[in-house]
Design a protein around this ligand. Structure first.
Ligand code: OOB
Length: 583
């Protein structure tokens, strides 16, 4: 019997439950495990019209009814209209239902920048299954964590892409995640024990279509950059995420004429919702999926597809600027270039408009919620030097000192925020939530900012132990955990060092027993533990002892100063004491 026959056989719900053995819990939104907004606050957001109750499944259907024949998504040689995307989402939802994937069940999704990403995402959202938004760069250790922590019942991934065999990766995850019943691969010839995505397509509508999600339900689980440990999962509801998509699209002037190039990994909050692919679909525009953000691929697509807007991180802005200065590309269709995810240098900001012939917009956002944009009416000074202002009138931001008291206007302080699309707690993380959120529900962002009288924010530093590697976030604790598993390593500390391209690069500082291993072997060791390449330390340094703080903790600040001095020291004048910094 083929997998399809098996799935199509009528099964009673009670039989299903018995046949499947242990079932992961269905989350109760609003429980301590899945925190949500207090009832009166939620009512206020509904009264204000922020939350409409419309789900993403409904949003797509409405757009298909309005713009059925218009192009919705392009990429990988395919062009789908709104009608086609809507039909595909229906079929996917139906396929998931036939596999027993219920409303509220978690599904880890790891797909490349191809139209299938939106097909699967919208299929899950229509079914009410909750996608966990993995990036293509994630490897077994991250995927296992997502699957276990969310008790995912399914993993949807691709075949071989960019040198990675995702189906083989999925096999590893399957072996270590007890609730994972289904591994679905976008490949016509799946491995034994896995299922082809095609099996979910083409069998028509969701047989349980009456049992659809509602506005307050969980829509998806975004990923946090993390600080000390593994990524936290970020519970976003249909109500809050759809609102963030809508207000983003409005602030950025998206409409049916918008042609958005999705150049960053599609699952990330920035290209997904700020306004990104979902904002483009909300506005009835066209999404063009860009398989790689390298300048040649992206600039070729901008010209060929008459792209009007795209969003990138600062290192890509530098790479694209460099390419433009050395070659000829037609960027005349581009109206808006969004740059965010990490701090954009003001001088680089000033080069964008002349080079691209497009307006620059700075975007300072976070997967937990708050998104700030610079606006068309902002002066060049504000556009170049600030990271924008909050997008919604419902956003509350405060800038506080170490005692939690508001700083004087214009002074630097820690940014805290709450509002109609900023979460009130991470998913299944009550202990962490106790410190990441204040008693009155503000998210402690870990960013140090200055606020202008107009409400614009300039990011001036970070209070959190996170490294921002050109927009990709690295949690030192997560990498240290892998380093400590190395047989020669006694202690490890991962820090960020300044870098002209990426803003920061990672450096693993190690205390070893015996002769230190080579930097290359340490890097290989971390890679082979199954972590995303962007978390593998860029540099490895060895010390005889760590500088410590008054209470005996490793002083990351001193270590950073020491290694930065060493990097900056002219050749032949090593800083003292001399750490052995190797690439
Ligand atoms: C975006 O989201 P995440 O969750 O990957 O990272 C959030 C953190 C912020 O807390 C801040 O530390 C940093 O990334 N960040 C910026 C920045 N944008 C984000 N730091 C300085 N300047 C900026 N423009 O990165 C994200 C989510 C939605 C839209 C845009 C970016």
């Amino acid at each position: 019997m083929s997998a399809r026959d098996d799935a199509a056989a009528p099964v009673r719900r009670d039989e299903f439950a018995a046949a499947l053995g242990p079932r992961p819990s269905i989350d109760v939104v609003g429980s301590p495990e899945v925190p949500t907004w207090p009832v009166d606050v939620a009512a206020g957001y509904r009264d204000a019209g922020y939350w409409t109750g419309e789900t993403f499944g409904q949003m797509l259907r409405t757009r298909a009814l309005e713009h059925g024949g218009r192009e919705a998504v392009v990429g990988g040689g395919q062009r789908w209209t709104y009608d086609e995307l809507d039909r595909r989402a229906d079929e996917l939802a139906g396929g998931l239902a036939r596999l027993g994937v219920r409303r509220g069940d978690r599904v880890v999704v790891q797909l490349p920048n191809e139209p299938v990403f939106l097909e699967v995402l919208l299929g899950c959202l229509r079914r009410g299954a909750v996608p966990v938004m993995a990036l293509p760069a994630h490897r077994s250790s991250e995927l296992l964590h997502f699957a276990r922590h969310s008790e995912a019942v399914a993993l949807i991934t691709t075949g071989r892409r960019a040198g990675c065999d995702h189906a083989a990766l999925a096999e590893e995850v399957q072996a270590g995640a007890p609730f994972l019943r289904e591994v679905i691969v976008d490949d016509p010839a799946p491995r034994p024990g896995q299922r082809a995505l095609d099996d979910l397509r083409g069998d028509g509508l969701d047989p349980d279509a009456h049992w659809l999600p509602n506005g307050p339900d969980l829509a998806l689980l975004q990923l946090s950059g993390g600080t000390t440990g593994l990524s936290k999962l970020i519970p976003r509801t249909h109500d809050d995420y759809r609102y963030s998509v809508q207000v983003s699209a409005e602030v950025c002037g998206f409409g049916p004429q918008t042609r958005y190039l999705c150049a960053l990994p599609a699952a990330h909050n920035f290209p997904l919702s700020s306004p990104g692919t979902l904002g483009t679909l909300w506005a009835g525009g066209t999404v063009v999926m860009c398989p790689s953000p390298d300048p040649r691929t992206a600039l070729d697509l901008i010209a060929a597809e008459r792209i009007t807007v795209t969003g990138i991180v600062p290192p890509l802005a530098l790479a694209w600027l460099d390419a433009l200065s050395g070659g000829t590309w037609d960027t005349s269709s581009l109206e808006l270039l969004q740059v965010g995810g990490a701090k954009l240098d003001a001088d680089v900001a000033a080069r964008i408009e002349p080079a691209f012939g497009a307006r620059l917009q700075q975007v300072f956002g976070m997967a937990e919620g708050l998104v700030n944009y610079t606006r068309p009416e902002d002066s060049p000074e504000v556009t170049f030097r600030t990271q924008g202002r909050p997008m919604s009138p419902g956003d509350e931001v405060r800038v506080v000192d170490e005692a939690g008291q508001p700083v004087a206007p214009g002074e630097a302080g820690a940014l805290q925020t709450r509002g109609p699309y900023t979460i009130r707690g991470y998913y299944r993380a009550p202990e962490h939530n106790a410190t990441a959120f204040t008693d009155d529900g503000f998210y402690v962002t870990g960013d140090l900012v200055e606020q202008t009288p107009s409400g614009h924010l300039t990011v001036v530093g970070r209070a959190k132990e996170q490294i921002n590697r050109g927009g990709e976030k690295v949690a030192p604790g997560e990498v240290e955990h892998h380093l400590l598993a190395h047989p020669d390593v006694v202690d490890a500390c991962v820090i960020g060092l300044p870098d002209p391209q990426l803003g920061e690069r990672t450096c693993a500082v190690l205390l070893t027993r015996g002769a230190p291993p080579t930097a290359a072997s340490v890097r290989r060791f971390v890679r082979e533990r199954g972590v995303a390449a962007f978390k593998v330390p860029d540099r490895v340094a060895f010390v005889d002892a760590f500088p410590t703080t008054g209470v005996g903790k490793v002083s990351r600040r001193d270590l950073r100063a020491l290694l930065t001095a060493q990097l900056l020291a002219p050749a032949g004048e090593p800083a003292h004491p001399e750490p052995d910094v190797r690439r």
